[in-house]
Design a protein around this ligand. Structure first.
Ligand code: FEO
Length: 171
């Protein structure tokens, strides 16, 4: 059984993951508007991943006898100066999400809730990957100054990205 405090914190994280999904969908729309289909595809995969994160939390709350309560999702930004500005925001946002996951882990430890701490380990690992993906792309974009042939090359590469739900999705 989840404590009320833990339940509240997990519900807040569902909202943060849904906001992340919304933010990446907004970034997808931005890239569609400037005809960078590969970047738009990358954002769509990110959008799906964030929904997966939210549902993983949703399922865990239910599994532990808690109650899911959904709150309003903030509106994301809709315009960015260029692709570098977008990925600077992605990287910054993922660092924020990492801090939220770390806080959740701290609450689980304070509450001596080992099941929640064990569950959150997956998110700790996932955030390492999320930050690395954002940072790698940001650095590549900076190298080519976010334009020209290099930008089109990266765009072509990003068309290949597909969403693969981790095995736990089938649970
Ligand atoms: Fe759900 Fe991108 O962290």
């Amino acid at each position: 059984m989840l404590s009320k405090k833990m339940e509240q914190e997990f519900n807040k994280q569902i909202n943060a993951e849904m906001f992340s999904a919304y933010l990446y969908l907004s970034m997808q729309a931005y890239f569609e508007s400037v005809n960078l289909k590969g970047f738009a595809n990358w954002m769509n995969v990110q959008f799906q991943e964030e929904q997966f994160h939210a549902m993983k939390l949703y399922n865990f709350i239910n599994e532990r006898g808690g109650r899911v309560t959904l709150a309003a999702i903030d509106a994301p930004d809709t315009e960015w100066k260029d692709s570098i500005a977008v990925f600077a925001k992605v990287y910054e946002h993922e660092q924020l999400v990492t801090s939220l996951i770390n806080n959740l882990m701290n609450v689980a430890i304070e509450e001596k809730d080992h099941a929640s701490a064990n569950f959150l380990q997956w998110f700790v690992g996932e955030q390492v990957e999320e930050e690395a993906n954002a940072s790698d792309l940001l650095e590549q974009l900076k190298l080519i100054e976010g334009k020209g042939h290099g930008l089109l090359m990266i765009d072509r590469e990003l068309r290949q990205r597909v969403f693969n739900a981790p095995a736990e999705a089938a649970e």
